[in-house]
Design a protein around this ligand. Structure first.
Ligand code: HEM
Length: 458
């Protein structure tokens, strides 16, 4: 069955196609292969065969929940030592997935989101104070660094009542450094056979994991001592029983969920905001339209209300379009529930799986046209969305295991983009060319912007 799927010509035993591939940009490497090899292809690595899906039609078929489910493989499986059976890394058959999903889902209801909104505004205000100081000093701002401060503080405040003090630090919080370390390590494990990995790297990874555990254990202990907060995610994790079974999360599982949410809840949103700001700086005409929308919808009001965020339709399309070109969680894996035939041509045995390369699916000319590489938020105008095939835009994954934080991320990012557009004109550095770093997630490397304060802005 595999024999019919194309693969690169150069194959070496054991290391396979990984030789010659960059260890630092495995995803972008696979994208280059996809351009050559088409909608489905395979690569050999570490003596195993991996199937990649790059075409929109095959990806849409994999979204059929009756035949396929999430597969915990490759990068995600490598995170099991950190996140265990936490929501993101749990196997479908682990009972803690359903338990945590049911207990935590109400934390993302409309009502809960409206409760987070004032805290999101507070954190955004701290970002803007930080940016005002840079602007006054004539310094450009470090976009990915500052977006990471913003999104980490936002998830920590709203979910856990915790303050990492990111804006008061010149260097990233050690939590971020340890997280980046473990994500990078998990990514490397896909490319380098374990016995070849330097002992030093493995030891550093153990130290990073220990640091993450210590940080969240302190945070949990503080909450147990202070008593419940205002019903945030941590309260739910510690005190909420399953509505039907009455079961609660174990102490070990709570630790894993806190790490999961602190990491999943900020890293990808930070990338999404950074790519969106990059494209806005590259496309002043689109930035001007988006600014005009913010001025029209929000007017001079100091703090936009919860309901005013979703009214920024164009700003939201800018975000969608940034996530189309650079979905910051750039791949997800799907496995066959039973023996089946993918796309009517590729037989798959039960348990066989394929990795969906979301950036390729999002650039398939069959769906997005010959100019799929071009940044154009109008692709997400209602009419255009209605006329597109379903399951062709998947930045948040698919099915039962799709992103639980989707509304949270979209609300936060739309709010922040709106606030930044209203307050500043921003300019990219003339010589900047987009370079994308990978640590399982994607981030525009070295992106800096120069700011000008708009005179009319509140
Ligand atoms: C799952 C993307 C923001 C928490 C996922 C998945 C994707 C994704 C693709 C599915 C992974 C898979 O199938 O293996 C994103 C993107 C985000 C974002 C692009 C921002 C732009 C967030 C936020 C939170 C969050 C803000 C929490 C507040 C989670 C969790 C899961 C998940 C817990 C696992 C869900 C489950 O399996 O039940 N995300 N995410 N994410 N995400 Fe997000």
């Amino acid at each position: 069955e595999l024999e019919r799927i194309p693969h690169p010509p150069y194959r070496v035993p054991l290391l396979g196609d990984v030789v010659g591939a960059s260890r630092h940009t495995p995803l972008q490497d696979s994208l280059r292969l996809a351009h050559r090899l088409g909608p489905i292809f395979r690569r050999r690595a570490l003596g195993k065969e991996f199937v990649f899906v790059a075409g929109a039609a095959l990806a849409a078929d994999l979204a059929d929940e009756s035949r396929f489910a999430k597969h915990v493989g490759l990068g995600i499986a490598n995170l099991r030592p950190v996140a265990g059976d936490g929501l993101f890394t749990a196997y479908n058959h682990e009972s803690n997935w359903q338990l945590a999903h049911d207990v935590l889902a109400p934390g993302f209801s409309r009502e809960a989101m409206a409760g987070y909104h004032p805290m999101m505004l507070d954190v955004a205000a701290r970002l803007m104070e930080h940016w005002d100081r840079a602007r006054e000093a004539g310094r450009p701002v470090n976009v990915p660094g500052d977006m990471t401060k913003l999104t980490l503080e936002t998830i920590a405040r709203t979910g856990f009542g915790h303050d990492f003090g990111s804006f008061e630090r010149t260097r990233p919080h050690p939590f971020v450094t340890a997280m980046v370390g473990t994500l990078t390590h998990a990514q490397r494990l896909n490319a380098v056979p374990v016995p070849f990995l330097m002992r030093r790297a493995a030891r550093r990874n153990d130290a990073d994991i220990a640091y993450l555990n210590r940080t969240v254990d302190d945070l949990i202990r503080a909450r147990r001592e202070s008593g419940p907060g205002d019903g945030d995610l941590l309260d739910r994790m510690l005190a909420t029983a399953h509505p039907e079974t009455g079961e609660r999360l174990s102490a070990l599982n709570v630790r894993r969920q806190v790490i999961t949410f602190l990491v999943a809840g900020h890293e990808t949103t930070s990338g999404a905001l950074s790519f969106a700001l990059h494209y806005l700086a590259q496309h002043p005409e689109i930035a001007a339209r988006a600014r005009a929308e913010v001025d029209r919808v929000w007017g001079g009001e100091e703090a936009p209300g919860y309901d005013q965020v979703a009214r920024l339709r164009l700003v939201r399309r800018v975000l969608d379009e940034a996530l189309r070109l650079w979905p910051t969680a750039p791949a997800f894996a799907r496995e066959a529930r039973e023996d089946t035939v993918l796309g009517g041509t590729h037989p798959m045995r039960r348990g066989a799986w394929a990795l969906v390369l979301t950036p390729m699916v999002h650039r398939d000319p069959e769906v997005w046209g010959a100019d799929a590489e071009r940044f154009d938020p109008d692709r997400f105008a209602p009419q255009a969305v209605r006329s597109r095939a379903p399951h062709t835009f998947k930045p948040f994954g698919t099915g039962a295991r799709a992103c639980i934080g989707r509304q949270f991320a979209l609300h936060e990012a739309t709010l922040v983009l709106g606030l930044l557009l209203r307050r500043y004109d921003f300019h990219g550095e003339p010589r900047y060319r987009l370079r994308v770093t990978e640590r399982l997630t994607l981030m525009p490397e070295g992106l800096r912007l120069r700011l000008e304060r708009r005179t009319a802005a509140p």
